[in-house]
Design a binder for this molecule. Structure first.
Ligand code: PBG
Length: 334
C-alpha cells in the first residue's frame, strides 16, 4: 500500500474541528431582521382566544396586539403581518367589508402606525375573511371564483389599506393581473411608496388548515377547495412564470408559500431572478413542530432555528413565521 492511499487527500473535517473555524466558514446566518411576525386580530377590547391547532398563538384585540408590536420592535423584528378575524355577520357574497375604510384592518393599521411608526405593517389582500363562502374571490352561480371581478375588489381593498397607512400590501389571492391593477390603483392615488409583496407562488396546500381555523374560514369554506386559483403542488416551472409576471406588473417582493416543503421553489426563484424572495412558514408547519416539541419528541429551539436557517440557505431574504418572537428571543440569547 502506498502512503498516498493511506490518507484522505482532503480532510473536510479540519474546518469542523473547532467552534472558531466552524464560525469562520459558516455560509448563512439567521437574524431577527429576517423575520416577519403574522398576527390574528379580533374586534373589541381585552379580547383573547387560543387557536387550538396552533399552541402558543392567540387571536387578540388591538389593545393586546400593542404588546406584541412592542416586543417585535424590542427584538429587532422589522414587520408585522396582520390577519383579521371577521364576524360572520359582516361576511357576504360581495365581500363588502374587505374595502370598508372603517373596517377592522384599516383601524388596526392606523392605530399601530400611530403608536409604532417605525414598525413595518403588512396587510393581506384577499377576500377569504370577508366572503360568506370562504373563497379568496367572488364566485359565479357554479361556485367558480371570478378573476376580473375579484381584481376590482382587491384594488379597492389595497387602496383602503394604503390609505390607513399600510407600508406593504400583500395580495395572497392568486388572481391573474392583480399586482398590476393594485399598482395602478395605488399610483393613481399617489401611494407611490406603498410596497407590494406578491404571493406569487402560493400553492393549494393542505398545510393551511390551522390558519383557516384561526381566522374562521374553515367553517365557511366547508368542503370547498382552492384548486382553480392556487398552484398545483406538482409544479415548479409554473412558479417561475408567476414570478416573471409579477415582476412585470410591478411587485417589489415575492412570496413562496408554504415554506419547508417548497424550498426548491425558493431556490429556483432566487437563482433565476435575484429578486427579494420571501417565504411563509405556514400554520401547518408551525403546528407540526409545536406538536412534536410539546410531546418531547423534538428539541424545539434547535429544530425551529434549523428550519428557519434552511430558508436562508435556500435563498430567502425574509421569513414569515409564527415562531418570530420565540426565534428572535433565542437568537438574542446565543
Ligand atoms: C388566504 C390565506 C391563507 C393563509 C394566509 N392567507 C390560507 C388560504 O389560502 O386558505 C395561510 C397561512 C398559514 O397557513 O399560515 N388568503
Amino acid at each position: 500500500m502506498t502512503l498516498f492511499s493511506q490518507f484522505p487527500q482532503k480532510r473536510m473535517r479540519r474546518l469542523r474541528r473547532d467552534d472558531f473555524s466552524r464560525r469562520l466558514v459558516r455560509e448563512h446566518h439567521l437574524q431577527a431582521s429576517d423575520l416577519i411576525y403574522p398576527v390574528f386580530v379580533l374586534e373589541g377590547g381585552n379580547q383573547q382566544e387560543k387557536v387550538a391547532s396552533m399552541p402558543g398563538i392567540i387571536r387578540q384585540s388591538l389593545d393586546l396586539l400593542f404588546f406584541q408590536a412592542e416586543q417585535c420592535l424590542q427584538l429587532g423584528i422589522p414587520a408585522l403581518a396582520i390577519f383579521p378575524v371577521i364576524d360572520a355577520s359582516r361576511k357576504n357574497l360581495t365581500a363588502d367589508e374587505a374595502f370598508n375604510p372603517d373596517g377592522l384592518v384599516p383601524r388596526v393599521v392606523t392605530a399601530l402606525k400611530q403608536r409604532f411608526p417605525e414598525l413595518g405593517i403588512i396587510t393581506d389582500v384577499a377576500l377569504d375573511p370577508y366572503t360568506s363562502h370562504g373563497q379568496d374571490g367572488l364566485i359565479d352561480e357554479h361556485g367558480y371564483v371570478l378573476n376580473d371581478e375579484t381584481v376590482h375588489v382587491l384594488e379597492q381593498q389595497a387602496l383602503v389599506h394604503a390609505q390607513a397607512g399600510a407600508d406593504i400590501v400583500a395580495p395572497s389571492d392568486m388572481m391573474d393581473g392583480r399586482v398590476g391593477a393594485i399598482r395602478a390603483m395605488l399610483d393613481q392615488h399617489q401611494f407611490i411608496h406603498t410596497r407590494i409583496l406578491a404571493y406569487s407562488a402560493k400553492y393549494a396546500s393542505s398545510f393551511y388548515g390551522p390558519f383557516r381555523d384561526a381566522v374562521g374560514s374553515s367553517a365557511t369554506l366547508g368542503t370547498g377547495n382552492k384548486y382553480t386559483y392556487q398552484m398545483d403542488p406538482a409544479n415548479s416551472d409554473e412558479a417561475l412564470h408567476e414570478v416573471a409576471l409579477d415582476i412585470q406588473e410591478g411587485a417589489d417582493m415575492f412570496m413562496v408559500k408554504p415554506g419547508m416543503p417548497y424550498l426548491d421553489i425558493v431556490r429556483r426563484i432566487k437563482q433565476e431572478f435575484g429578486v427579494p424572495t420571501f417565504v411563509y412558514q405556514v400554520s401547518g408547519e408551525y403546528a407540526m413542530l409545536k406538536a412534536a416539541a410539546n410531546n418531547g419528541w423534538l428539541d424545539e429551539k434547535a429544530c425551529v432555528l434549523e428550519a428557519l436557517l434552511s430558508f436562508k440557505r435556500a435563498g430567502a431574504d425574509a421569513i414569515l413565521t409564527y415562531f418570530a418572537l420565540e426565534a428572535a428571543t433565542w437568537l438574542q440569547q446565543k
